[in-house]
Write a protein that binds this ligand. Sequence first.
Ligand code: ADP
Length: 668
Amino acid sequence: MRAACLIRARHALQSVRGTRVDAHDLEPGSLWAEDEASAAAAPVGPPPTFEDVVHHVRHAFGFDALRPIQEAAVRATLAGRDVVVVMPTGGGKSLCFQAPALVRAGLTVVVSPLIALMEDQVAGLVENGVAAAQLTSSQTPEERREVERRIARGGLQLLYVAPERLAAEGFLAWLEQSGMSALAVDEAHCISHWGHDFRPEYRLVGEVRARFPHVPILALTATATPEVRADIVRNLGLADPLVLVGGFDRPNLTYRVLPRRDLVEQVMSVIARHAGEAGIVYCLRRSDVDELSADLRARGVSCAGYHAGMDGAERTRVQRAFLQEELDVVVATVAFGMGIDRSDVRFVVHASLPKGVEQYSQETGRAGRDGLPAECVLFYGGADFHGWKTLMELSARDARAEGQASAGSDLERQLERLGHMWSLATGAVCRHQVLAGYFGQELPVPAGGCRACDVCLGEIAHVPEGAVIAQKILSAVVKTGQRYGAAHVADVLRGADTARIRQTGHDLLSVYGLLRAQSLADVRSWIDQLVGLGHLRVADGEYPTLFLSKSGVEAMHARVPVTLYVPARPKSSGSKRGGSGASSAARSAALDEAGPGVDEALFGRLRELRRSLAKERGVPPYLIFNDRTLAEMAAKKPRTIEELLRVKGVGDKKAADLGEEFLRAIGE
Ligand code: ADP
């Protein structure tokens, strides 16, 4: 299928990955500026049906069926309706616009924020025999002209571009002539000021609607807040869109939250239970990345750092090595984000508290995209909370000084989000339930718990006398005048002999030494938990002093129930689901799904083959076949191309290109 086009598109993939699209993306002298474009042949024949889409999806991607939301999105766009799809990472958003593009006459234009993202998606499509290409600043002018010629000939189904390109002079007119028949806006939350990834360039996409009133627009995002969704609809000028929201729970992820103690040791214990597997460790600051990655390397972990302060070429090298499976562990700031589509990431660690549940969900979402078990571990401390709070207050002050009217309400929202994150970290409620609840979805937890978070796995112990301890802490805050921070209150409760206690005479208070028998770490954690529960509040301003909220007063008088827990003790074993750890859990899930009789040794050899084929073809290994597909091959041991085609994830082109090699490996 379109062999010449595929080779050229593959050639276009030799460009640099991971480069943020910028103003250079706009290339003068392109074909559309030269007005050479000839209109793509006007489509004739009956409009495609949903059944046509399913047929093409089976042949191109090897999937038996579309998922329910994919089906609804495809049916609506085929009918010419605008659609907003909100699904978590790994939910299958791409197929919502790729599938109809296979059958629809004309070009589907996909707006994407990052060159790396475009390149990966295009590479994956080309591997599946779909006529897709991108126009980016990292191509040579000749490569770009070639793409433009293909479009003019009507030889392309999907074109990926950066938002800036839509604003280039003459580009929209050229698209009009070229027969653009649908627009997909990937990572659509970038258009929203409220999103965590706001990109001013995305506003340019809004101009498309006025020019193409009848071209259906499909906006896709994993960000689920109503305000972001409303912004997407408004800014893209969507007309009565069908809004589809998927389930936000990721049952294959096991969440754990632990107070930060000895971070390096704690991170090492996570890495140890995922030996040989891929993972990302998120740090707050660039300096934390440098320090932690050096500490881990000193302990023999093969890892690399990644942050925005690093040289661009080095960043590209790290990202590429990670995607090519030549590097398994990356210690990074959140700059290591979009475009990290490696599907077999088995753990994501947060070395400190993210500033909101949205960010946490997005970052942990990079684990287990292949649907197999993965682990997400968050290490937090009270300092994280105060650090964020101070930062937010300072930037609101600057914004106010610059005359921004919304500075006050922005700050309020940010603090509210931070508060939710803090409650998630310090609370002892099923993490899956809290996360789904945050996104407005009720998640019934079965009697035995979700079996995939520290709370439900029984790793967190409730303190039997928690309510009494809470009373003691709250009254210590009151007795010390609600003028001190957590450190001093904990010292007073533990009967410490510090200069400040002697100075203030707090050793004479009735609360002095009331929690002498408890460890300092536990007392600090309980104070954190009381903040998380909203019974204690942290004052604004320079010093994070504690004071009681209304509910805190109630709790102090034992008029509301309070549950505290002993912070989880790090366990050396991994997910209980997998017995000996998440590694075997991941494998057994792949094997379970693939059916009985999976030959594990063969599975390993097929992974090796995938790696070497990926290297030869210059694409990330997960674009060849994912683990699920390989496991199914290792179970069914197909002997012919026909049998191979029955394995989920094997489409016509991959069977033709790679089938013989895989059949040979299986035969051996
Ligand atoms: P998202 O963009 O929402 O993060 P992707 O589009 O990357 O998700 O899809 C996630 C995974 O699900 C990919 O491995 C993809 O191949 C797989 N997938 C998507 N749709 C289907 C389907 N209908 N049947 C089987 N697998 C699918």
